[in-house]
Write a protein that binds this ligand. Structure first.
Ligand code: ATR
Length: 279
């Protein structure tokens, strides 16, 4: 008899999550016997919901907003990238019964940028907008690409400065407010604020995107986000949203759980086709 193993994504709100669909496509493609569903879990129910899930034989979980910091605290052991980001999006049951916490968001972003969109990062000047959990998860992987500099800009300036200070031992990184960006130029601007969720945009000075620069919004939707539109208006050579990153971070989680790497390009193409456009 085939032993079907159980995985899930926890978060709140969760009903629009594309993760169950992505993992179902991965499982079919790689012929893995598993089920993956979504569960609405508010922060106050996290501890009991996760404990129940693993006690009932669950093998692995993805955690999304607002649970990534709680998942970080829950994990018995963590990878270095998860430890530094203070956020965990993947929990995996280990052979000894302990729970491993990892963060696959950063590698998902880099795989999408570098492999899927041929964006070069070494020796470039990179700007991240926002200093919350989403920024935290991508800083170390970006610094590891030998960028010339990384600037974190945030509405609440102290948060940007404090976040940057946590990573100064890993590369050239500074934190500032949006006004401080005037007269600077960047090769790559990543929107890690939650502003796209409310169709809003951080107040960006003119001309901060270098000629042929790239814009990337960690958020995604059926329509181009406000930041993706800003990038196009500012002549970005590429102005991308986070659908590719979503699929790539899922593939990395799938690999952690199953030891098999799915083909992501077909899945990204399918999801792009389903939302009616190729961005
Ligand atoms: P996440 O885990 O998604 O990063 P978060 O920790 O709540 O969520 O952080 C949200 C980020 O988006 C913060 O950097 C926030 O700026 P503040 O720290 O100043 O609050 C930023 N943000 C949200 N809405 C924004 C807006 N309309 N303009 C600019 N920044 C915004």
């Amino acid at each position: 008899m085939t032993n079907i193993e159980h995985y899930a994504v926890f978060g709140s709100p969760i009903k629009h999550s594309k993760s169950p669909r992505i993992h179902k496509l991965f499982a079919e493609q790689t012929q893995q016997a598993l089920v993956y569903d979504d569960q609405e879990v508010p922060a106050e129910q996290f501890q009991s919901a996760v404990s129940d899930f693993f006690e009932q034989g669950g093998k692995g979980l993805n955690c999304t907003l607002p649970l990534k910091e709680l998942a970080w605290s829950f994990a018995d052991i963590k990878t270095e990238r998860a430890e530094l980001s203070k956020a965990v999006n993947t929990l995996a049951l280990q052979a000894d019964g302990s729970i491993l916490g990892d963060n696959t968001d950063g590698v998902g972003l880099l795989t999408d940028l570098i492999n899927n969109h041929q964006v070069k990062l070494s020796n470039t000047h990179v700007l991240i907008l926002g200093a919350g959990g989403a920024s935290r998860g991508i800083i170390l992987p970006i610094l590891e690409q030998n960028v010339a500099s990384l600037v974190i800009a945030n509405r609440t300036i102290d948060k940007a400065i404090n976040l940057a200070n946590e990573f100064t031992h890993k590369g050239t990184i500074t934190g500032c407010g949006f006004d401080d960006l005037a007269n600077q130029q960047f090769d790559l601007i990543i929107n890690a604020t939650s502003s796209s969720l409310s169709n809003d945009l951080p107040p960006l000075p003119e001309n901060i995107l270098r000629k042929n620069g790239v814009c990337y919004d960690l958020a995604y939707g059926n329509e181009p986000t406000t930041f993706v539109k800003w990038g196009k208006k500012n002549q970005a050579s590429k102005s991308l949203d986070g659908l590719g990153m979503l699929v790539e971070q899922a593939a990395e989680a799938f690999f952690i759980w199953r030891g098999v790497r799915p083909n992501t390009k077909d899945v990204i193409a399918l999801l792009n086709a389903e939302r009616g456009k190729v961005i």
